[in-house]
Design a protein around this ligand. Structure first.
Ligand SMILES: Cc1cc2nc3c(=O)[nH]c(=O)nc-3n(C[C@H](O)[C@H](O)[C@H](O)COP(=O)(O)O)c2cc1C
Length: 184
């Protein structure tokens, strides 16, 4: 896939349908994402591929957190089940936290580049994806299930990967001319 086409046609998949993705393609995409830029070669990221038991823990946490806010209903449970269990695979991108604040910021930028590279590579493989954040990825039960030590690491993103159920619309971007300043 041409790079410009990949950059402009990738969309966040908001709704996945159940069904497997090609494991070899997922591993190729993960391998390519490692080539993201990283100042000082700190390589601050690692990936966790969440297995079925871990996914159940994430589902339980996601449902609990949403039910605390909105109240439990069978509809809520079905929606959370769909969002958190329908995507075939979940890749968790984890940042190792440096002691130095500036290094942490640069490492977060590097991890974000890794996530975006992964989204683009999955797109090139014909796999739908979504970068997810939110309270679930800071929940202690989720961190424990993923083996993430919050004193030394943080989760930069959940990357959901699977078969898109519906095509997502691109939110309009501000025109380049609005955001481009050329100085003397
Ligand atoms: C740091 C970050 C966190 C995000 N977290 C979420 C999220 O929790 N839920 C979600 O639906 N999308 C999330 N997204 C995806 C954005 O909402 C999405 O990229 C945006 O709507 C633009 O759509 P597009 O990716 O199709 O261009 C996140 C994106 C970024 C960069």
């Amino acid at each position: 896939m041409d790079l410009y086409h990949a950059l402009t046609s990738r969309r966040t998949t908001q709704r996945f349908r159940e069904g497997p993705i090609d494991e070899a393609a997922l591993l190729r995409a993960l391998g390519a994402a490692r080539f993201a830029p990283n100042h000082k070669a700190t390589w601050p990221w690692r990936f966790v591929l969440a297995g079925p038991e871990t996914r159940q823990v994430i589902f339980a946490a996601g449902l609990r957190l949403k039910a605390e806010k909105r109240g439990f209903s069978p509809e809520l449970e079905a929606a959370v089940r769909r969002d958190l269990l329908a995507p075939d695979r979940l890749v968790v991108v984890v940042q190792r936290l440096a002691d130095d604040e500036n290094r942490r910021t640069e490492d977060y930028a590097a991890c974000s580049c890794v996530v975006y590279a992964l989204l683009l590579a999955l797109h090139a493989e014909g796999i739908g994806s979504k970068w997810g954040t939110g309270a679930t990825l800071r929940d202690p039960t989720v961190l424990a299930a993923l083996g993430v030590d919050a004193t030394r690491e943080r989760i930069v993103g959940f990357v959901w990967a699977g078969q898109p159920a519906v095509a997502s619309e691109a939110p309009p971007r501000p025109p380049l001319a609005e955001r481009l300043t050329v100085t003397a």
